[in-house]
Design a protein around this ligand. Structure first.
Ligand code: PMP
Length: 305
């Protein structure tokens, strides 16, 4: 594996990466019946801290509920597992991936009954998701030919493994076309989200957040809305179209992995000046300050390892 995850918490025990293995008859491998989370821990003046641990664990258990997983560990055990993995590997900062899945009890499409979920938490050192250049200069996006699935097709507010076939198709296509990321529209043609990020834009000094419809209710999105309001921005949650992004002064995308990344081009059109905009950079700086424990006002979002 190219990923170096060191010690992995695997069904309740810390084991070396090479020992954290599953059967090829795992239900999730065949049908996408897994749920997961993605968190980051950052180096702070008081040591490593996990950002918004409670919210991520809560969403993990909401995803489990949607998939009717019987979870062998409760939220507090998962919180502890997450902290333990960061601690045991001695990371100062890392990306953390909790995963639960339907194991090798049956290969009928219905994974129930008698298929208690298996659970693991792995963490590895992961820099900027979209590359340092995208962070500084802005990422280039193209609108995907793949639509974000409607709410009666897949449970898009749950982080279900199978949902990410949609994201992977969109992202492969975007990369092949020379773009950094894909913009997915919903089946009516309104902006849904990136393959792993929520979308925002600025117009006339007002910050517009794409409303919750078929997109994931991102924790970074919530963080950025809170920070923007505290900085005095008016924030409106709206349904918006791709041409609204073409006309925006600035646009950016947010996610645990992507953090706050400016969007410089969409479908070969520059957004605003075609460079990272000042409001976006201000919000990015505010976000990085908070996750790195440099703003005491938001200490409550940090869990020290
Ligand atoms: N949308 C999708 C499809 C995602 O996978 C992610 C990453 N979890 C996001 C949005 C951003 O969510 P968050 O800010 O909670 O990481």
């Amino acid at each position: 594996s190219k990923i170096k995850a060191g010690l992995i918490w695997f069904n309740g025990r810390l084991v070396p990466q090479e020992e954290a293995k599953v059967s090829v008859l795992t239900h999730a491998l065949h049908y996408g019946t897994s749920i997961f989370e993605g968190l980051r821990a950052y180096e702070t003046p008081k040591g490593p801290a996990v950002f918004r641990l409670q919210e991520h664990t809560e969403r993990f258990f909401h995803s489990a509920r949607v998939m009717r997983f019987e979870m062998p560990f409760g939220p507090e055990a998962i919180n502890q597992a997450i902290l333990e993995v960061v601690r045991a590997n001695g990371y100062r900062s890392c990306y953390i991936r909790p995963l639960a899945w339907m194991g090798a009890h049956t290969l009928g499409v219905n994974p129930l009954p008698n298929n208690p979920a298996e659970v693991m938490v792995a963490a590895w050192e992961w820099g900027t998701y979209l590359g340092d250049e995208a962070v500084r200069k802005g990422a280039r996006l193209i609108t995907s030919s793949w639509a974000r699935f409607p709410a009666n097709v897949m449970p898009g507010k749950a982080k279900v493994g199978g949902n990410y076939v949609n994201s992977a198709l969109a992202r492969m296509e975007a990369h092949q076309a020379g773009a950094d990321e894909a913009l997915l529209l919903d089946k009516e043609g309104f902006i849904a989200e990136g393959s792993g990020e929520n979308i925002f834009f600025f117009r006339g000094g007002v910050l517009y957040a794409i409303e919750h419809s078929v997109n994931l209710m991102g924790i970074t999105r919530d963080t950025v809305i809170t920070l923007a309001r505290d900085l005095g921005y008016e924030v409106r949650e709206v349904r918006a179209t791709r041409d609204q992004l073409y006309m925006a002064d600035e646009a950016f995308m947010v996610g645990t992995a992507a953090e706050v990344t400016p969007i410089s081009y969409l479908d070969h059109r520059p957004i605003g000046t075609g460079e990272a905009g000042p409001h976006t950079l201000r919000l990015r700086a505010a976000y990085m300050e908070v996750v790195q424990g440099k703003n005491p006002r938001y200490e409550g979002w940090l869990t020290y390892v």
